[in-house]
Design a protein. Structure first.
Length: 260
């Protein structure tokens, strides 16, 4: 199980570092498919792995010429962090209200599928959308709040929504969106982990599996970042599209499995 967890986190983190989706949106459905952990544990393991990946990514990005838009992305990140607290509360409420945890799993997989398909069509027809240049920091914070709430409830640590929103609301190209998305996820995951520790709501987990997953996240960030640096914006967008299709198929599989 340690090796499988490492491979899943490594694979997800490489893809997350290249495309800016964080990796949680891949780790979550993969671990769901194994049926080895309860949903709360999956969300926690996924969040820790994503934090490790984005932390390493931030260290690597510091050495590059492309930089983070600190003003915009920090407000988005703080908004996402606050939304993350609300999203976790919503998730806990759903778990307690549902007669079976599989019901929550079905809802999560279905919502992930809808989001993934919507973002895929946005990426395909991005040229037909008139992107904006949002400068009002309250609106920026509010966008982050919405992103954080959705991401935390789904346990995906950011996901494709970040890229789509950054593209649309802030007119960033593919590679700039990747870097800023990773920074936003980094901020929100720090707040998320601190919140879990402060409220003493850490779910039961296997320490060795967490160590292997974090190691996969760190290594995946290094490998993924090296690939991203050598890719054009066109190639990053194409790669992002392929990832979205793969995630959609995986979530369809999870929905079918839950209903079987």
């Amino acid at each position: 199980m340690n090796i499988l967890s490492f491979v899943i986190s490594l694979f997800a983190s490489i893809i997350g570092a290249i495309s800016g989706i964080g990796g949680g949106i891949i780790i979550k459905p993969f671990l769901d498919a194994t049926k080895l952990f309860p949903l709360g544990t999956i969300n926690f393991l996924s969040g820790c792995t994503v934090l490790a990946m984005t932390s390493m990514s931030m260290l690597l990005i510091k050495r590059e010429t492309t930089s983070v838009d600190l003003n915009m992305s920090t407000f988005l990140g703080v908004g996402a962090a606050v939304g993350g607290i609300a999203g976790k509360e919503l998730f806990e409420f759903a778990l307690q209200s549902a007669t079976e945890s599989t019901t929550v799993g079905i809802v999560q997989s279905f919502l992930l599928l809808i989001i993934t398909v919507a973002v895929f069509f946005f990426v395909c027809f991005k040229a037909n959308f008139h992107s904006k240049h949002i400068g009002n920091l309250f609106i920026v914070f509010s966008i982050g709040l919405g992103l954080g709430t959705i991401s935390a409830f789904l346990g995906i640590g950011g996901g494709p929504l970040n890229i789509a929103m950054i593209n649309y609301f802030f007119s960033m190209d593919g590679k700039a969106a990747v870097i800023n998305s990773l920074y936003i996820i980094f901020i929100s995951q720090i707040f998320s982990l601190v919140s879990i520790l402060v409220t003493k709501s850490v779910p039961p987990f296997n320490t060795s599996i967490l160590i292997f997953m974090v190691a996969g996240g760190l290594l995946g960030a290094i490998i993924g970042r090296s690939f991203n640096k050598n890719m054009s914006n066109k190639h990053v967008d194409a790669f992002f599209g392929i990832v979205l299709v793969s995630i959609a198929l995986l979530n369809i599989w999870n929905i079918v499995r839950y209903l079987a």
